[in-house]
Ligand binder design. Structure first.
Ligand SMILES: Nc1ncnc2c1ncn2[C@@H]1O[C@H](COP(=O)(O)OP(=O)(O)OP(=O)(O)O)[C@@H](O)[C@H]1O
Ligand SMILES: [Mg+2]
Length: 332
């Protein structure tokens, strides 16, 4: 996916009118949702008195285990569900005001795309729903196909797509109306590490364009990498809310990164720490993430096709057969 694209299409004028001025794009007040069964009996309390505020221009994460109420919250924001009690305001209007959805892009948890259409046809269909002109649709489709990296497959039917490719079309569909608010339900599901990184970069680039993003996920690293603030839900209840950087800060540990230190310098530093009453837990080389390692290997392989890079792994090295004396000692 190319992430440095500027998304510039126009949405209908009335729909992009400025908010009344609270600076909040989403506000939930005491939001409660109880699903009922066919006879109206209480079945599941999916959301209990949720109070969150999402500000304009931020990336907000809803984090929680399966069944914690993330998708329910998104559907309430879209007005697809009605609250049992409490309210949701979006752009200072009640969420049930469906006109506001013209300014919202939505990537659902499951794709509801027509399998016999191609990417171009799919996007054209959604462009028509938003009343974009033929010229506008064409320009927008070209932009989005490139943005999500589907240039090579745009004329194939979606039934032939892999999971990750379908997710990319879903994202392009969510952006067709150049929305101000983008709701992403598990955006990285089915994406490989490269697709995941692209998706994260894309989400960050949306914020750079002044968009507001609410994403829900149980992929902790996704949330950590892109979100400004998060709400953690469990069994429909808000358990934690705050800035990611603050929530993850380990208060009583100090981290110092340095290059080129000799062993002598390291022991001197350890000595200084001890003299000041601190304890040294480790002075070691930092590890990279598995994501970083994987991406480096793939990039290297793209640069130099055919080259093999295998870091020697002690477990792989052929161990010379132990001599009899060693063997017998081990067996004793
Ligand atoms: N249409 C429905 N009818 C009855 N119960 C429902 C319905 N939709 C969701 N629920 C229940 O509401 C609770 C919250 O579901 P929700 O889909 O919002 O969770 P989630 O956090 O998105 O989970 P996941 O990570 O699995 O997508 C669950 O207990 C679920 O079984
Ligand atoms: Mg869900």
């Amino acid at each position: 996916m190319a992430t440095d694209q500027i998304v510039t299409s126009q949405v209908p004028e009335q729909a992009s009118a400025p908010d009344a001025g609270s600076g909040l794009v989403i506000e939930t007040r005491n939001l409660t949702k109880v699903y009922r069964d066919f006879w109206g009996r209480r079945k599941v309390a999916a959301l209990k008195s949720l109070d969150i505020e999402v500000k304009r221009g931020e990336i907000f994460g809803l984090l929680g285990p399966n069944g914690s109420g993330k998708s329910t919250t998104i559907k309430l924001i879209l007005g697809l569900l009605f609250p049992t009690s409490g309210r949701v305001l979006v752009f200072d209007q009640d969420a049930t005001e469906t006109r506001k959805n013209e300014r919202i892009g939505y990537l659902p948890e499951e794709s509801y795309l027509y399998k016999f259409l191609t990417t171009d046809e799919t996007l054209d269909f959604y462009g028509r729903l938003f009343d974009l002109s033929g010229e506008e649709r064409k320009r927008r489709i070209d932009e989005l196909v490139e943005l999500v990296g589907l240039q090579g497959a745009r004329h194939r039917q979606l039934k032939e797509y892999s999971k990750g490719m379908t997710r990319r079309v879903g994202l392009a569909q969510a952006l067709i109306n150049n929305p101000d608010l983008i709701l992403l339900d598990e955006p990285t599901t089915g994406l490989d590490p490269i697709g995941t990184r692209d998706m994260k970069d894309l989400i960050l680039s949306l914020r750079d364009q002044g968009k507001t993003v609410l994403l829900c996920s149980h992929q902790l690293s996704d949330v950590q990498d892109v979100c400004d603030r998060v709400a953690i839900l469990h069994q429909g209840e808000l358990k934690e809310l705050g800035r990611v950087s603050e929530l993850l800060k380990v208060q009583d540990v100090t981290e110092v990164h340095a290059r080129g230190l000799s062993e002598a310098a390291k022991s001197e530093i350890a000595e200084v720490i001890r003299r000041h009453g601190g304890t040294v837990e480790s002075i070691d080389n930092p590890t990279t993430t598995m994501e970083e390692l994987f991406l480096n290997i793939v990039r290297e392989s793209e640069r130099r096709p055919g080259a093999r890079r295998v870091t020697s792994d002690p477990a792989d090295v052929d161990t010379p057969p132990a001599d009899d004396s060693t063997k017998s000692r081990a067996q004793k």
